[in-house]
Design a protein around this ligand. Structure first.
Ligand code: SF4
Length: 447
């Protein structure tokens, strides 16, 4: 049992997040009829892999001659799409994350994006990442202009709409007007401070919910401090105290406020939550789901995402997986295997033996076979630092699995950053063809 036990009498009494999914949407247009606002719109209520723009959950929308702007229930902008002829593509848009990053969703010309990453849209981040695909949308004039001008577009639309808008729309416009870029940046900083720092990397499986998740850090640091890793923290690994986790969840509840209605998923941070005390893992999931009201989300279902490591996986007791399976949600655990070749592991500075990596891989297949709601996925580096890397990897992905399986995705991660490469993409497709597990490129995204 972990230090600082969980109160047996239930959680700190916080009111349930307020939700109004039954309230009908309301529409208003300005006198000239060329600016329209709709509040309490309902987007899709389950995440789907579709090749057209999809808005999820509850949102408000303002459409002008220049752009479509969408906002969460708290009035924060979350979606921008230009309407001018110079907008890069009519089916592409920009999404703002809770970490206040704008991510450009591109079709990638629809050429092999879904085969490469498992999604129809390619996320282009404004910070350097390891993506092998994509262009430079944040250098496109129309994108730059819209990112700079949306606050004035919003202010102009509000001025035109206010005189004839009903009270609920006037309230919303006032709320949105209060969420300017400075306020949004401060909100993101508050979020980082609640969880103890920015989430520098999200598990690749978070793609299944378009990276819409509530981060709860139940531990910090990681076990290995690998030399090659750019996202590690230097802090030694530790489980957080239960009191810290409880406080964090209560603060997150306040931070998300009315926006929690759109979330059904948790990310348990930081880099190796699977190494935490099993009781702590289960208790944190239950408490966060309850306090944040995730079971009553506008989004159907529920998910938990976390990272694990070779050692945390091999040390995890079987009862942990049995308890995770009983949760009313799907659980995705992503393990950084990196390589099954000793020379490559040594060059990466990952303090592990290849034999332990192989053992962990087989344990993952066992868990994937025994549990319906748990999916263990793994990362390997793509670069051939030593001649044995690809053969050792294929020995697992092809010879280590008796037949093709739809579960247990493998994510290949290039070490290079900011250098898209068609030839490496072709190498990836060759490996994907040989693998008996679903195999994708891992595009590292932060929160
Ligand atoms: S790869 Fe994982 S275990 Fe290694 S340093 Fe990075 S976060 Fe830590």
């Amino acid at each position: 049992m972990f230090e600082g036990s969980i109160p047996s009498t239930g959680p700190v009494p916080l009111p349930a997040p307020s939700r109004s999914p039954s309230a009908a949407s309301e529409v208003c247009t300005d006198r000239r009829g060329d600016i329209r606002i709709r509040i309490r719109c309902r987007g899709a209520d389950s995440y789907a892999k579709v090749s057209y723009p999809q808005q999820y959950g509850i949102y408000a929308e303002i459409e002008t001659a220049a752009a479509v702007m969408r906002f969460n229930p708290g009035g924060e902008i979350v979606h921008l799409q230009g309407k001018g002829r110079d907008w890069p593509h009519p089916q592409e848009w920009i999404k703002r994350t809770i970490g206040d990053d704008w991510v450009y969703y591109s079709t990638g010309g629809y050429s092999g994006v879904v085969e490469a990453i498992g999604e129809y849209y390619l996320p282009n981040t404004p910070y350097p990442t390891n993506s092998l695909l994509g262009g430079r949308p944040f250098e496109h004039a129309a994108v730059v202009r819209l990112l700079e001008s949306w606050p004035s577009l919003l202010a102009a639309a509000a001025a035109r709409l206010m005189p004839q808008a009903p009270a609920a729309i006037r309230d919303f416009l006032a709320r949105a007007g209060g969420c300017d870029p400075t306020v949004l940046r401060q909100r993101a900083e508050q979020l980082f401070s609640i969880i103890g720092g920015r989430v520098t990397v999200l598990p690749p499986d978070a793609r299944h919910v378009d990276y819409d998740l509530v981060p709860v850090h139940i531990s910090e640091g990681c076990l290995y401090k690998c030399r090659f890793c750019r996202v590690k923290t230097e802090r030694p690994y530790r489980d957080k105290e239960w009191s810290e986790i409880e406080r964090q969840i209560a603060d997150l509840r306040r931070w998300f406020g009315p926006n929690s209605v759109n979330y059904n998923s948790l990310f348990l941070g930081e880099h190796d939550a699977l190494a935490a005390d099993p009781d702590l893992i289960i208790a944190a999931i239950a408490r966060a789901r309850e306090v944040l009201g995730l079971a009553g989300s506008a989004m159907a279902g529920g998910n938990v995402f976390l990272f694990g490591s070779v050692d945390s996986l091999l040390h995890a007791p079987p009862r942990l997986f049995a308890e995770l399976e009983r949760l009313p949600c799907s659980v995705y655990i992503n393990i950084g295997l990196e390589s099954a070749d000793q020379e490559t592991l040594d060059k990466l500075g990952k303090p592990l033996s290849a034999a332990r990596v192989v053992e962990a891989f087989h344990r993952m297949q066992e868990i994937n076979g025994n549990f319906n709601r748990i999916e263990m996925t793994a990362n390997f580096v793509m670069d051939e630092l030593a001649a044995g890397h690809i053969p050792a990897m294929l020995q697992l992905l092809r010879d280590g699995v008796p037949r093709n399986r739809p579960k247990g995705s493998i994510y290949l991660s290039p070490l290079r950053v900011g250098r898209p490469s068609r030839s490496l993409v072709m190498d990836f497709y060759r490996l994907k063809t040989l693998s008996r597990l679903p195999t994708f490129l891992y595009i590292i995204q932060r929160l």
